[in-house]
Design a binder for this molecule. Structure first.
Ligand SMILES: Cc1cc2nc3c(=O)[nH]c(=O)nc-3n(C[C@H](O)[C@H](O)[C@H](O)COP(=O)(O)O)c2cc1C
Length: 342
């Protein structure tokens, strides 16, 4: 399967990015039905425990690639210890008009304005009933585009009811830049009732022991980050994920600025996000002072980066863009690198 991907990569990179994505998923679905997908054995030294869950390795797949939980056996086979599915919205929605996904391989950069294309929570929940054992699965939740900000909690709760019973942890996504108003939910005045409402529902459903995480944007001012950390730590949620994509065009290397600008709106991820996401994580970790675990995400593109994030104090690490540019073999390479200096 890996050789097949390697052989196809030049072709895939010549295709329109969303067509390439669909082709990769089509192949991935075929791979998932192979009777003998390889099962990587992780070294015991890679094991981690975070928010009460055991992870075979700290490395996970970030939200947004497998929005519908269609390729779980494949991610497990590639060596990921956890996969965050979603973002799932309560009702199905198509997302933004195409084109909405752009790659800049020379800079390891992705620009996306997918806008939560989602099959809806019911369809995804049905698929989760057939999830493989031995892989930690998180469910990343969002609101439908047409739902007014004031009713966002209803959407998160509706999605939670369907998704939570099928996953190991839940992540509330209040940080995607591609759903108008979504990031406003990070403001303490909006965040407090949102978290309280979700924790109430968690209790109501008897899922008190299931971790509830919050995923944050990299574009928050340091003082705002501090305030958000206080709300999160006081609320009783289980952890934070930082970061989502950035709206900041200042991270784009100069020679590419015009090209990126010409593609229009959207969030940036990959190598150019690395420094910004790391700064944000360091600020969060300092403010948290050990009160909650943090999952590192954003611009992690090597074993060094992952080790750096873990050394900074993150409990786990997630990747997305680097997997697109480096291919499936990259997961194994990161593990080799992590073990070399473990
Ligand atoms: C095409 C694309 C779609 C994404 N969709 C989601 C999403 O639905 N929900 C979410 O929380 N994050 C989403 N993300 C953000 C990633 O989970 C991650 O936070 C971000 O890409 C930074 O990590 P990276 O630099 O390793 O890619 C998406 C990222 C990309 C590139």
């Amino acid at each position: 399967m890996r050789d097949l991907y390697r052989a196809l990569r030049p072709l895939i990179f010549r295709l329109d990015p969303e067509t390439a994505h669909n082709l990769a998923f089509w192949l991935g679905e075929r791979a998932c039905s192979w009777p003998r997908l390889p099962e990587p054995e992780h070294a015991p030294s890679l094991r981690r425990t975070a928010f009460g869950l055991d992870f075979p390795t700290p490395l996970g797949l970030a939200a947004g690639l497998d929005k519908g939980a269609t390729l779980l056996p494949l991610w497990k086979s590639l060596g990921f210890g956890h996969v965050e599915i979603g973002t799932v919205t309560p009702r199905p929605q198509p997302g933004n008009p195409k084109p909405r996904l752009f790659r800049f391989p020379q800079a390891g950069l992705i620009l996306n304005r997918m806008g939560f294309n989602s099959e809806g929570a019911e369809a995804v929940a049905a698929r989760l009933r057939r999830r493989p054992a031995g892989l930690v699965v998180g469910g990343n939740l969002g609101k439908n585009k047409e739902t007014p900000e004031a009713l966002a909690l209803d959407d998160y709760r509706a999605a939670y009811r369907l998704i939570a019973p099928g996953v190991d942890y839940i992540a509330l996504n209040v940080s995607s830049p591609n759903t108008p108003g979504l990031r406003n939910l990070q403001a303490p005045a909006a965040l407090e009732p949102l978290l309280a409402g979700m924790l109430d529902l968690r209790k109501e459903m008897g899922l008190e022991r299931q971790p509830l995480l919050l995923k944050l944007a990299p574009d928050l001012a340091p003082e705002d980050l501090d305030a958000i950390v206080e709300v999160a730590a006081a609320s009783g949620i289980s952890g934070l994920i930082a970061t989502n994509t950035t709206l900041d065009r200042g991270v784009v290397p100069e020679p590419l600025r015009t090209a990126v600008e010409s593609k229009g709106a959207g969030g940036l991820s990959g190598v150019p996000l690395k420094a910004k996401a790391r700064d944000v994580r360091k600020r969060i970790l300092a403010a948290l002072n050990g009160r909650l675990p943090l999952v590192a995400c954003g611009g992690l593109g090597s074993a060094e980066d992952v080790r750096g994030a873990l050394n900074d104090g993150a409990a786990l690490a997630q990747i997305y863009s680097a997997l697109i540019f480096e291919g499936p073999e990259f997961v194994r390479q990161i593990h080799v690198g992590l073990l070399e200096r473990n």
